[in-house]
Write a protein that binds this ligand. Structure first.
Ligand code: AMP
Ligand code: ZN
Length: 495
């Protein structure tokens, strides 16, 4: 069986195109990273998780992926936040880079291969700007440098907007010229203002505009033309249109072959954003819910579609993860210490992985991949709970094969990477806290139930059943297993 062809929706062409690496077997991907003036919120986390999953899947498919995600550590918003906090802007940005790294690790995001910062890319930024001036696409004016959009006929080719619509649609205030020749020209370099971080340049002390950093960093770490460029939908215009204008005008080459844009995470019907104030910080969410449950929640919707956040959906995702881990634990226990030797297996355990692969190859269809997982785990449960009576060895071999499929799926999606018992015990701790359960009281009730059952009298059994029912009313579910009685907390109260 050959692997399915990977097709990707390219924002530039507005259609799915075959993924065709510049160098066979290798892929370079650039993802616009966070502006580090505050803590990341779940909207940012969704976009970064989407690209993390895409990178994992492409590596799973055998590509050698070079993943670059930058830090915007020089920016108007950072300067304003630093001013408000009476802190040095570069120091404030460095602080939030550390916070971001802690959050990214807590969310199990793969560290990018390179995570460049604007403050460490100034010479490359200046070099591109000089080239743009030399080639007649940019001009210096009053210590600033602007990109002259009307000199670049392909401007806005990504967003498909039209320059003239802007002019007629813009209010007078927006069209203020400042040092520009045309109101739509955008800044590549800004003359220093007091209290702002600045660097020496051929145009005097100053700092880069927002967009030029990504042109400089992507060229530095991936080359003038690379395979994939990603970011949230809000970056298509102006950020990515401007990146394209800068890079392509400077090099005369295509910046990147395929553009991927992630949909928004919404809260109460509006895009989660710091400016609207409707944000949930990633770290606050991770204090409540497991990181893989959050990832699962993000994967329930296609990465290009909008996703609405709700506590209920997040809690449901954690319950789903609990089901996966319980299944894996059960299968591990069933298979422990057994060797079934070679021989036939049931049905075709590999079909679930092929289903997952086909979904992901089709423009990274996350919900389709989760559908394949549903089939896989259902099959594992069937075979452990109600094994066909005949041929125990072939059932065992099938479970071994299905468990291996689950491991491969884990690698492709970044789910259930933990040890089942450890994950389940952390989940129980969270539930215990959430519902105010007293574990010692539960253990005491379980011991009392044992004692009652040991009497082996009708009264004893009745008392034992009553204890079980009482616990259930407090969401505590007890399970008698060959290893003894264990308990878990149900998300739903007993009806
Ligand atoms: P920023 O730090 O604002 O530059 O954003 C970092 C990344 O998060 C960018 O790719 C944005 O497009 C993305 N982003 C911001 N808000 C949301 C949201 N509500 N949903 C999804 N992605 C978002
Ligand atoms: Zn960018």
């Amino acid at each position: 069986m050959s692997a399915p062809e990977i097709r990707v929706f390219n924002t530039m062409q507005q259609t799915k195109v075959p993924l065709s690496p510049i160098t066979p077997g290798k892929l370079g991907i650039y993802v616009c990273g966070p502006t580090v003036y505050s803590f990341v919120h779940l909207g940012n986390a969704r976009t970064f998780t989407s690209f993390d999953t895409i990178v994992r899947y492409l590596r799973f498919r055998g590509f050698e992926v070079r993943y670059v995600r930058n830090y915007t550590d020089v920016d108007d918003k950072i300067i304003k936040a630093a001013h408000d906090a009476n802190e040095d802007p570069i120091a404030l940005a460095a602080r939030f880079i550390r916070e971001f790294e802690a959050d990214a690790q807590a969310l199990h995001l793969l560290p990018p291969d390179v995570a460049p910062k604007v403050s460490e890319t100034i010479p490359e930024i200046i070099a591109i700007i000089e080239r743009l001036i030399d080639r007649g696409f940019a001009y210096a004016s009053g210590g600033d440098v602007y990109f002259e959009v009307r000199r670049y006929p392909a401007y806005l080719k990504l967003s498909k907007k039209r320059l003239d619509d802007f002019v007629s649609g813009a209010g007078e205030r927006e069209l203020l010229l400042e040092n520009k020749r045309d109101p739509l020209d955008f800044a590549l370099w800004k003359a220093a203002k007091p209290g702002e971080p600045s660097w020496a340049s051929p145009w005097g002390e100053g700092r880069p505009g927002w967009h030029i950093e990504c042109s400089a960093m992507s060229a530095k770490y991936l080359g003038e033309t690379f395979d994939l460029h990603g970011g949230g939908l809000d970056l298509i215009f102006p950020h990515h249109d401007n990146e394209i204008a800068q890079s392509e005008a400077a090099s005369g080459k295509t910046l990147c072959n395929c553009w991927l844009h992630g949909g928004f995470l919404d809260l109460e019907g509006a895009k989660m954003s710091k400016s609207l104030g409707n944000v949930v910080r990633l770290r606050d969410a991770l204090a409540q819910v497991d990181a893989e449950a959050l990832r699962y929640f993000f994967l329930t919707t296609h990465y290009r579609q909008a996703l609405s956040f709700s506590d209920k959906q997040l809690a449901d995702a954690e319950t789903r993860m609990e089901y996966f881990y319980e299944t894996l634990k059960k299968v591990d226990e069933r298979l422990e210490g057994k060797d079934f030797g070679p021989g036939p297996v049931h049905q075709d355990p590999g079909r679930f992985l092929r289903e997952l692969d086909a979904a992901m190859a089709d423009d990274f269809n996350f919900p389709g991949a989760l559908g394949a997982l549903a089939g896989l785990f259902n099959e594992m449960n069937q075979l452990t709970d109600k094994p066909p009576v005949k041929d125990k060895a072939s059932v065992g071999r099938t479970l071994v094969a299905l468990r291996e499929v689950a491991r491969q799926a884990s690698r492709a999606l970044g789910l259930f990477e933990d040890v089942p018992a450890r994950w389940l015990s952390r989940r129980r701790d969270r539930q215990v806290t959430r519902y105010g359960i007293d574990p010692q009281q539960v253990e005491a009730a379980i011991a009392a139930r044992h004692a009652a059952r040991a009497e082996k009298t009708p009264e004893g059994f009745k008392a034992a059943d009553q204890i079980r029912a009482d616990l259930k009313a407090q969401r505590v579910e007890i399970m008698d297993t060959p290893q003894g009685t264990t308990w878990k907390v149900s998300a739903e109260p007993a009806s």
